[in-house]
Design a protein around this ligand. Sequence first.
Ligand code: FAD
Length: 393
Amino acid sequence: MNLSFGPEYEEYRREVRKFLAQNWPPKDPRDRGAVQAFRARATEQGYLYRNIPRQYGGSEQAPDLLRSQVLRECFADAKAPMEIRDRGIGLLTPTLLAWGTEAQKAYFIPKTISGEIRWSQGYSEPGAGSDLAAVQTKAELVGDQWVINGQKVWSSGAHESEYMFMLVRTEPDAPKHQGISYLLVDVKQPGITIRPLRQVTGDSEFNEVFFDDAKTPADLIVGPRGRGWEVSRTTLKHERSNLNGNLYSESMFNRLVRLAKDTVRDGRPAIQDPDIRDRLAALYGWLLASRYSSYREFSLTAAGEEGGHFPLMMKLNGSNMAREMYLIGRDLIGDDFLLARSGEGGVGQAAHRIWARHNMTSLRLTIAGGASNIQRNIIAERALDLPRDSRVA
Ligand SMILES: Cc1cc2nc3c(=O)[nH]c(=O)nc-3n(C[C@H](O)[C@H](O)[C@H](O)COP(=O)(O)OP(=O)(O)OC[C@H]3O[C@@H](n4cnc5c(N)ncnc54)[C@H](O)[C@@H]3O)c2cc1C
């Protein structure tokens, strides 16, 4: 089997490596100005922000899954930064490109790429999570402004963002999915209160956000009024790949095996315990299945096909594997796990604290971006053609 990408892409790989060798790292990789200058040069070369037109600060390249994979590999090898990781890049920019006005694109995209504007996502509410179309936060058009009242919750990074893209109810009498609009809102204004939520890890990454007569200009609606549901479904279609998603799981699995070797149980290394061996072997089976499924998905997409049912399964599989991995870690550490508090003021051995932290954060994977039960429903309906879930009206 030939696993290379072919001569054209290997030539491209050499070109990218040469660029990286000449441009990264700068004298001080922590210098934000130097990192920004590097990103600008890489964009100029066509390596970053590939799907964003040049007029908005991107490099405007034709979609090419293999080139983007070569880039990911080369940048990872060189430990060089790729695009800014921000909801504004992954979620908002594709939406603006598909639905935004010329003024919205020209103003927001360059500032998002440069990191000058950071975004939070205001979708979930206390009564609207999996059933997102139940959003109740209202916006009314008064003169040339939207006036917003209501509450969002779980808004990641809202306390560090300048703007929020959000779903609001603008047509209270329309059917559920047709009464929603998509607005862009400056979160640093008096009508908005952002309250961080403290998590089980001790961190505060999410927020409750309250809107009391908050305002945004009438022209900061994206797409037509009442079609926010459709607008919010826009995703980045090109160049996505799960190929690198397994690398982290595999490196954590190797650490888990080390922990099993270093932990003594009943007077011998825990790796010799039949129960631990069974669980590690089963987990490794899932890891390999996931790795080879991502190869198949990649090959299908590179050949211009849809990627099969693999994309539907990847999230559920990834969160199941992470959860099992950290449960094995917890069982290996035993009673000491209770001491291994992560975060500020944590106690216990450093290695144990890492596992305690991962154990808690792995819970988030089963909820964020669609809870596991919802993923199961999606697989049942779209991949297995089972009857639709009976929904409560
Ligand atoms: C790490 C993290 C980051 C997040 N960041 C953001 C953010 O930036 N912005 C934002 O808007 N939101 C964010 N969220 C919120 C996230 O989108 C919601 O938590 C998620 O959609 C689930 O909604 P919920 O919490 O209301 O749970 P619910 O929808 O109330 O679900 C509770 C339980 O019921 C189950 N359930 C619900 N409906 C069904 C069904 N039809 N069939 C079977 N089971 C069902 C679910 O699987 C779950 O186990 C974040 C969440 C997490 C964990």
